[in-house]
Design a protein around this ligand. Structure first.
Ligand SMILES: C=C(O[C@@H]1C=C(C(=O)O)C=C[C@H]1O)C(=O)O
Length: 105
């Protein structure tokens, strides 16, 4: 097996090119803000995984009791919650979350 070292893009590409900024100052602001976005995305992914685990507990309990995996009236509440908070794209986000949590229906 051949092991080749890769150079991260950040080491070779100038900050302005990497960020699309036209000045070094703007590139610095963008680079810092991107670090915050990456940290937020890590937390969001962790929260989604936590939501999936809690949702699985509910679904298993309901199925073990003889019920169905999916509860559409509850899903309508979840969709409305996201739509009220985030508008129409919130509905799409909630649909994706529900798909992650209970699979495609
Ligand atoms: C988690 C539940 O089960 C399913 C998954 C849901 C969810 O992930 O939010 C919502 C409704 C159900 O289809 C529930 O009934 O609360």
């Amino acid at each position: 097996m051949t092991v080749t070292a890769t150079t991260p893009q950040s080491a070779t590409t100038p900050p302005t090119e990497r960020t699309g900024a036209r000045t070094a100052e703007a590139a610095e602001v963008i680079t810092g803000a991107r670090e915050r976005i990456d940290a937020l995305d890590d937390r969001i992914i962790g929260l989604v995984q936590e939501r999936m685990a809690v949702s699985a507990v509910i679904q298993k309990e309901r199925i073990a009791s003889g019920g169905r995996r999916v509860n559409l009236s509850r899903e309508m509440e979840v969709l409305a919650h996201y739509r009220d908070a985030l508008g129409k794209p919130g509905t799409a986000l909630a649909m994706t979350l529900l798909e992650l949590c209970r699979g495609r229906i």
